[in-house]
Design a protein around this ligand. Structure first.
Ligand code: AMP
Ligand code: MG
Length: 319
């Protein structure tokens, strides 16, 4: 077996080991037909937070969740008839479908960046397929590069950039496609292109008929990354609060706890920013109810994942 450091030639044994690491909440880099992915158990908030930390992403964008096939996808999301047709035609392959999350799907809310939708794809690469079937869980995976850098198409690229931050890099050779997946969303029977990618608009139109471009179509779905749409609470948010107003609920961090709040959720009593990221969307949703007049957010440090946490809170407060 060819290997150096945590770089493992992808064979049955190393894939089995990687699957066990995924189940244990660790990060695993693996090849897909598009680019190498930085994977974690998509049900585990802490593991998903670790993806953002390893990439050094300054924002929480929703991640693509990889599944074996359509049947596995239908457990997680609600499929309309056109999305079923697209999946049947293009899966396994480089098409990502954005779909409503199924109630009780068990997916991390951080994987959806707090949205009610999830982006799903069944990859064609045999190593990705073997990893998914051995792990037995959906795997969240953005490209395995540092934020702002180019997507990796070889294991050597991944090792050079993220080698020290992942438990294992499965080496499956160079990626065949080398371009990201195409992201689409069906709304009211119409197919919207959210991100161009390796499957062309013309190919999708063969199945979907017309393909609308997300940005300019009337009633277009808003896509993070393309348009500035993000999870936003219904209640008004105030930031850097030490004293809550009457009726406000509070989002605390460590010992920064707004006083006088009607209810308090502490993102991380111990002051761990990865734990805070893992809890962010779940706690925001818990506090975002009509029993309160607003959400008072304590000050949160801006280093590490604190940058992405603050980014999201500032956007939510600016509405
Ligand atoms: P990446 O995983 O970084 O390759 O990128 C994922 C792409 O899918 C980004 O362009 C996201 O904006 C898009 N995406 C993922 N989840 C959603 C979602 N729930 N709604 C809309 N777009 C999404
Ligand atoms: Mg990327």
């Amino acid at each position: 077996m060819k290997q150096s450091g945590n770089n493992k030639h992808a064979d049955g044994g190393s894939i089995q080991a990687a699957a066990a690491l995924i189940r244990a909440g660790q990060l695993v880099a693996f090849p897909t037909e598009t680019v190498y992915g930085l994977g974690a158990d998509a049900r585990n908030d802490h593991a998903v937070a670790a993806i953002f930390a390893a990439k050094g992403r300054p924002q929480f964008n929703p991640l693509i969740v990889h599944v074996r096939d359509l049947a596995a996808a239908q457990v997680l999301a609600e499929f309309d008839p056109l999305s079923v047709q697209l999946a049947e035609y293009f899966w396994p392959g480089p098409l990502t479908l954005v779909l409503p999350r199924r109630a009780g799907c068990g997916l991390s809310l951080l994987v959806s960046a707090g949205l009610d939708t999830v982006a799903l794809r069944a990859p064609a690469h045999p190593v990705a397929q073997a990893l998914l079937s051995k792990a037995g869980c959906p795997i969240a995976a953005p490209s395995a590069n540092l934020s702002g850098r180019i997507s990796p198409t070889t294991a050597a690229h991944v090792r050079a950039e993220l080698g020290g931050r992942v438990a294992i890099v499965l080496d499956g050779g160079a990626c065949a496609v080398g371009l990201e997946s195409t992201v689409v969303q069906v709304r009211d029977g119409k197919c919207f292109l959210l991100r161009p990618g390796s499957i062309t608009r013309e190919q999708i139109a063969l199945i979907a008929g017309a393909v609308e471009t997300g940005a300019d179509a009337p009633g277009a779905p808003r896509s993070p990354g393309q348009l500035a749409s993000h999870y936003a609470p219904n209640l008004p948010l105030r930031l850097n609060v030490t004293l809550a107003r009457p009726g406000e609920a509070a989002l605390a961090f460590a010992r920064n706890i707004p006083s006088g709040a009607a209810k308090i959720c502490n993102l991380s009593p111990g002051g761990d920013l990865n734990e805070a990221a893992a809890n962010l969307f779940t706690m925001l949703r818990e506090l975002d109810c009509s029993s309160f007049t607003g959400i008072a957010v304590a000050s949160i440090p801006v280093h590490g994942l604190g940058e992405a946490i603050n980014d999201r809170l500032v956007r939510a407060a600016a509405r």
